[in-house]
Design a binder for this molecule. Structure first.
Ligand SMILES: Cc1cc2nc3c(=O)[nH]c(=O)nc-3n(C[C@H](O)[C@H](O)[C@H](O)COP(=O)(O)O)c2cc1C
Ligand SMILES: [Fe+2]
Ligand SMILES: [Fe+2]
Length: 405
């Protein structure tokens, strides 16, 4: 059975929702699922924009077949050939062998690497600024390298104002019937998962996203729809979405807020984290979140770290090192190029406390533009009552920095 939605006039969503996949890229939990979006244009020529993951290929075929209603598929535009979008290309070619594929030279190269048998079919390599007409609709292509792979491009339909934005402006969470941003409460129900998607999937490539945003700014008044490869289609409130992307891609915090991330085995570092959170609240700092790094998937930690301005890292010493899960979180910050945050450190150890110095060293030497407040709190196994002044000093330092910067 088909399951399609009309985007506008002769353009349709023909994607699918996936609630079975536990881990996106086999690494990021997606408890609320994900959608793979593809779009079909029924012009004088019929044009499919991208395909979807192999696991949902059957749904794509039923959707396309239903809308074609006996017509042939003339054109397949591949904006992003990563297998969560490109895996069904070959099946499309088998069903509609006369289809012409339009994509970037690098994308065709990668398709061959992956063993998609595109040769023997009509292929059109396009460059930035090229235009193709399908009848009523003329589209132009804009390179979007490293958003999220090097071969990526976005396609802009000059006739109806639809921007096929590939992975840009996408989100985790299955659509489940809804399609448009105004059919969901994005700022309540989706923003955290959109941020987690962006920061973990594309977060490293902020400068490339900035370039794409710059290009999009030039045509912003012409854009009527933003059609990403995951998550809702945007037809209003572009300013909201672009503002989020501006923050994320320039590594600017969204909120003046404090995230306390602690690593604790027996609960003493955890108790100190709680005591600090209470001290902050007493000082009026209530925009705080507290995470146990051991039972929070690092993709959530990364997402929150992109959101907040201030991060408290509280870690035990473990075999003369940083607690492994905390170390992994720090390594992920490095891998995703996260910078421009203010940190405070809490360390704990029972015989040779090292975690504070090691976290400081990592922040100073491995990451860029990170500020570490001087007021480090050092625990010998547990926070003692006579350390109340130290805890107050740390809370004061964070509060002052939050207010003044
Ligand atoms: C496997 C293991 C290795 C540890 N290595 C160190 C160490 O190298 N240096 C140290 O001072 N404490 C070490 N500790 C002790 C803890 O860091 C210390 O007891 C800490 O106070 C625990 O805090 P918590 O109650 O928040 O878990 C180690 C503990 C474990 C279980
Ligand atoms: Fe991708
Ligand atoms: Fe994707």
């Amino acid at each position: 059975m088909h399951c399609v939605r009309n985007v506008t006039e002769d353009l349709y969503w023909v994607g699918a929702n996936d609630h079975r996949l536990a881990l996106f890229e086999n690494i990021h939990p997606i408890p609320r699922g994900v959608s793979y979006n593809a779009y079909l244009l029924l012009d004088e020529q019929t044009v499919l924009f991208d395909t979807i993951d192999w696991s949902e290929c059957r749904q794509l075929l039923e959707n396309v077949q239903f809308l074609l209603n006996g017509r042939d598929l003339d054109v397949l535009v591949i904006n992003h050939m990563e297998p969560d979008h490109g895996a069904s290309i070959e099946e499309i070619l088998l069903r509609w062998p006369k289809v012409k594929i339009i994509s970037t030279p690098k994308s065709f190269m990668l398709m061959r690497q992956f063993g998609f048998h595109v040769d023997g079919h009509e292929l059109l390599e396009v460059q930035e600024g090229d235009q193709v007409t399908f009848g009523k609709h003329t589209v132009t292509f804009i390179n979007a390298p490293m958003v999220h792979w090097p071969e990526a491009m976005v396609t802009f339909d000059l006739t109806n104002g639809a921007l096929f934005s590939a992975d840009a402006f996408g989100s985790f969470i299955a659509l489940d019937g809804k399609l448009f941003n105004d059919e969901v409460q994005f700022d309540r129900d989706w923003i955290d998962e959109a941020r987690r998607y962006y920061t973990n999937i594309v977060g490293k490539y902020g400068p490339h996203v900035q370039k794409l945003l710059g290009k999009a700014a030039g045509i912003l008044d012409q854009i009527k729809y933003i059609c990403p490869l995951h998550g809702p289609v945007w037809r209003s409130d572009f300013g909201y979405l672009i503002d989020k992307y501006q923050h994320w891609s320039s590594y600017e915090p969204e909120d003046k807020a404090v995230m306390i991330a602690y690593a604790s085995m027996y609960g003493n570092t955890e108790a100190a984290a709680q005591a600090l959170a209470a001290k902050l609240a007493e000082r009026g700092v209530t925009n705080t979140v507290l995470y146990d790094v051991s039972n929070t998937h690092v993709s959530y930690l990364i997402s929150e770290t992109f959101r907040v301005s201030h991060v408290v890292l509280a870690s035990v010493t473990y075999n003369l090192g940083i607690y492994p899960v905390m170390k992994n979180y720090l390594e992920d910050m490095k891998a995703l190029n996260l910078h421009n945050r203010t940190f405070a450190l809490v360390e704990n150890g029972s015989w040779a406390c090292r975690s504070g110095d090691l976290m400081q060293k990592f922040l100073d030497e491995e990451l860029k533009c990170m500020t570490v407040l001087n007021e480090r709190l050092s625990l010998s196994s547990a926070l003692r009552e006579d350390q109340d002044d130290e805890l107050n000093a740390l809370a004061d330092a964070i509060t002052d920095d939050l207010k003044n910067n």
